[in-house]
Design a protein around this ligand. Structure first.
Ligand SMILES: Nc1nc2c(c(=O)[nH]1)N[C@H]1C(S)=C(S)[C@@H](COP(=O)(O)OP(=O)(O)OC[C@H]3O[C@@H](n4cnc5c(=O)[nH]c(N)nc54)[C@H](O)[C@@H]3O)O[C@H]1N2
Ligand SMILES: Nc1nc2c(c(=O)[nH]1)N[C@H]1C(S)=C(S)[C@@H](COP(=O)(O)OP(=O)(O)OC[C@H]3O[C@@H](n4cnc5c(=O)[nH]c(N)nc54)[C@H](O)[C@@H]3O)O[C@H]1N2
Ligand SMILES: [Mo]
Length: 685
């Protein structure tokens, strides 16, 4: 008997992650046998992270949702399998009832984040727009403060090509932990190091990335701006900066210089050393590396900006990079983010409701969602749709979320798994995995574009967000003709094809989009405009002084803003963990997840509290408490505790109303200062 043929499909890991890895999926008779990295993607180069290699468990886990489910009463755990027909009818009837009652769809809201960031997942936004005015979230919880800082300084947040980091002489990783969060970048960093480059890591935690550094600087959280300003002052006072670059290509150097000169160097050095916890020798060493090693690539991570002064800190770091001229040198530059998505029409996201009526939607802050929704009246929100999102794990102010979820009439969650949020919903709809749908994926870091092919039949009754949008709107229109203008007839392939405007095809050197079936493609011109010394600011130069920032009631120059203080003594950092992606994959049985249940503490802080390694400790503040096992380690500095996010306990209960200083300019609202949070720890539960 001959064996059934193995067919290879192209897929992409669609998680909210720097890497956006291209995959090859090996499928036999509709079954995923294994995944491998696609060697044709020049950035990911045929390798995946551990989570990617565990894709088969992700797809076929016994925990995966198979059918639509209804729970009554909410939160009781009493689930009943229902048909799609029943689920969609119940939802559509509720939408129509609320519309009748209030004469609009404002009582209907959705919450969406980053479970799958493929372009066709904007079907959720498109589906809601097609209803006309409704209640929609705006904002970005993740990276908005830093994005604004780059807009004030450069005119736009854009990366040099990260593959070119391989040509650097000095690589500074500031508040980023690529060994966990961007593993694919490590090979380009290693390439530079093989050619003699030095690597510096600045992070309060002695991370796996830090352990590889030539120079590691353990800094107190939220004090980075001060260190950057001191380095700038040292370079200026020693004449070790690029005077001709500053003269020709920057704006507002004088006010910045005056600010730097407002302190005496020795006094400033001892003040900065005291505040940041960084010894003067380390500061001098970094200053001399900056003076002597060019080109320098400096990567500011998203971690650094999850602070109430995160945006200002990044502006100070950018100023340092501009001063040294590195921002325009080949092989150098300031790295944060790229925005290739802007080239695409994003037809689903921008789908117009009937007569543009979606523009009358009520907007609520995604980063303060539960509080804002609870405050809405006339009409109150009564139906909430949650997709690509696990707020009861990942958002702030979980007490407000609990209160919100207890008040709504109908909560629908679309997910692949029974998450903490799904468990508090009335209806749970099973989502397709990325292997079961067509999609198109871009990275917010590298420059490769990959097609995601439907490689598998749906897992039991799972459906993609797009398919659900099509079927729900069809149901609404059947019950109330013309209620939604979502184009039901368009297939995933139709939506894909619509993204490829002549301009997009040209940018990627494609004749037609089907060529992507032969492999991922790279943006042809991957350098930011300032590689050619053109900045996108009002002055056309790098702006030390930003009138734009001033107009938005922010300091015009990169002044240091003091972090907030608290009566709770320990700063809680809850960064991304190696083997999970936020709240996803944390449960995969192929991995050991002990780290999600621990809190790391410095020996001096543990001794002060009489805590021993392995003790159960209560971590608490005014908003609540969780219990974890303590790991005593000098990898965290005194005054800081580290608990990875996405574990079993409701860690984010401890995070309430902490917002960054920037973000609203580009994303409508400031993002969440997830790391500007204070707690106390005590033995016991
Ligand atoms: N494995 C894995 N990879 C991921 C993710 C995941 O969940 N798991 N999530 C993805 C997403 S959505 C994101 S946003 C990125 C984030 O990835 P990164 O940009 O790496 O950001 P974080 O992990 O938040 O934080 C990075 C480092 O910043 C440090 N840090 C915190 N506060 C400060 C500070 O004040 N100053 C300095 N200098 N450092 C500070 C933390 O200690 C941490 O080690 O990762 C993406 N990749
Ligand atoms: N304490 C703390 N909290 C944080 C952070 C932190 O550093 N510390 N980081 C923040 C950051 S940077 C981010 S980006 C957010 C992320 O916040 P979220 O985007 O809410 O995080 P995820 O855990 O990835 O949850 C996404 C959900 O989408 C589901 N999903 C996956 N694919 C699909 C799909 O195709 N369709 C549907 N409908 N659902 C799907 C997943 O199973 C998962 O339950 O978390 C933030 N929260
Ligand atoms: Mo994020």
């Amino acid at each position: 008997m001959s064996k059934a043929k193995i067919v290879i499909f192209r897929n992409v890991c669609p998680r909210n992650c720097y890497n956006t890895c291209s995959l090859l999926s090996y499928v036999q008779e509709g079954k995923l046998l294994k995944v491998a990295g696609d060697p044709q993607n020049g950035y990911t180069q045929g390798k995946l992270c551990a989570k990617g290699y565990a894709s088969t468990e992700f797809v076929y886990s016994p925990e995966r949702l198979r059918f639509p489910l209804r729970q009554y009463p909410r939160g009781s755990g009493k689930w009943q399998r229902i048909s799609w027909e029943e689920a969609l009818t119940e939802i559509a009837e509720k939408i129509l009832e609320l519309n009748q009652l209030y004469g609009s769809n404002l009582a209907i809201a959705y919450n969406k984040c980053s479970g799958n960031i493929g372009l066709l997942h904007y079907a959720v936004e498109g589906m809601f727009n097609s209803l006309g005015a409704h209640t929609k979230p705006r904002g970005n919880p993740c990276l908005a403060a830093g994005q604004d800082a780059f807009i004030y300084d450069f005119g736009k947040a854009l990366n040099p090509d990260p593959e070119k980091m391989a040509d650097s002489k000095l690589i500074i990783l500031w508040g980023v932990n690529p060994a966990y969060t961007a593993i694919q970048q490590i090979k380009f960093i290693n390439k530079a190091r093989q050619k003699g480059a030095k690597m510096v890591v600045i992070d309060p935690i002695f991370t796996v990335t830090a352990a590889k550094a030539d120079l590691y600087i353990q800094i107190r959280p939220g004090t980075d701006g001060l260190l950057a300003l001191l380095l700038a002052k040292i370079l200026v006072e020693e004449g070790n900066y690029d005077q001709s670059f500053v003269l020709k290509h920057t704006w507002g150097f004088e006010p910045f210089l005056n600010y730097l000169r407002s302190n005496n160097l020795q006094d400033f050095l001892s003040q900065v050393s005291h505040v940041t916890g960084v010894r003067p020798e380390a500061i001098w060493e970094l200053a001399s590396l900056l003076a002597d090693s060019k080109p320098c690539s400096l990567w500011v991570g998203f971690g650094l900006q999850r602070n109430t002064n995160g945006g200002q800190n990044i502006r100070a770091i950018n100023a340092l990079m501009a001063l040294t001229g590195n921002i325009c040198l080949p092989g150098g530059g300031a790295y944060y983010l790229n925005s290739n998505l802007d080239y695409f029409p994003q037809n689903l996201l921008n789908h117009q409701g009937p007569g543009g009526s979606h523009k009358q939607s009520r907007q609520v802050d995604l980063n303060n969602f539960a509080s804002d929704l609870l405050n809405l009246k006339d009409p109150p929100v009564r139906l909430l749709w949650i997709a690509n999102r696990n707020p009861l794990s990942q958002d702030q102010n979980l007490n407000k979320w609990r209160s919100l979820l207890s008040k709504l009439d109908l909560i629908v969650t679309v997910d692949l798994y029974m998450t903490k949020t799904a468990a508090m919903s009335d209806l749970v709809l099973p989502a397709a995995s990325h292997f079961e749908e067509d999609d198109l994926n871009l990275s917010y870091w590298h420059h490769w574009l990959t097609l995601n092919q439907k490689a598998l039949p749906p897992f039991f009754e799972a459906k993609s967000d797009l398919q659900i949008a099509r079927e729900l709107t069809a149901k609404l229109n059947k019950l109330s003709p013309g209620f939604s203008n979502f184009p039901f007839e368009l297939t995933a392939e139709d939506w894909l094809a619509k993204e490829f405007t002549p301009q997009v095809l040209k940018l990627y050197g494609l004749q037609n989009w089907e060529e992507l079936k032969d492999g991922p493609r790279k943006l042809l011109q991957a350098d930011p405009p300032w590689a050619g010394r053109t900045f996108l600011t009002p002055s056309g130069k790098f702006e030390f002084y930003s009138a734009h920032a001033k107009k938005n009631n922010l300091p015009a120059i990169a002044k240091f803003k003091w972090p907030q203080t608290s009566s709770y003594p320990l700063r809680l950092l809850s960064p991304q963990y190696l083997l999970s992606i936020h709240s996803q994959s944390g449960w995969l049985s192929w991995f050991e997840h002990d780290n999600l249940g621990i809190v790391k503490m410095h020996p001096a802080d543990a001794a002060k509290r009489g805590l021993l390694d392995g003790n159960q400790v209560k971590i608490f503040n005014a908003y609540g408490s969780i219990v974890r096992k303590i790991q005593i380690t000098a990898s965290v500095p005194p005054g800081v505790v580290v608990a990875y996010q996405g574990g079993e306990d409701p860690l984010n209960t401890l995070i309430v109303n902490a917002f960054t200083d920037m973000g609203a300019n580009q994303n409508g609202t400031n993002n969440i200062a997830f790391y500007d949070v204070y707690v106390e720890c005590a033995k016991g539960r």
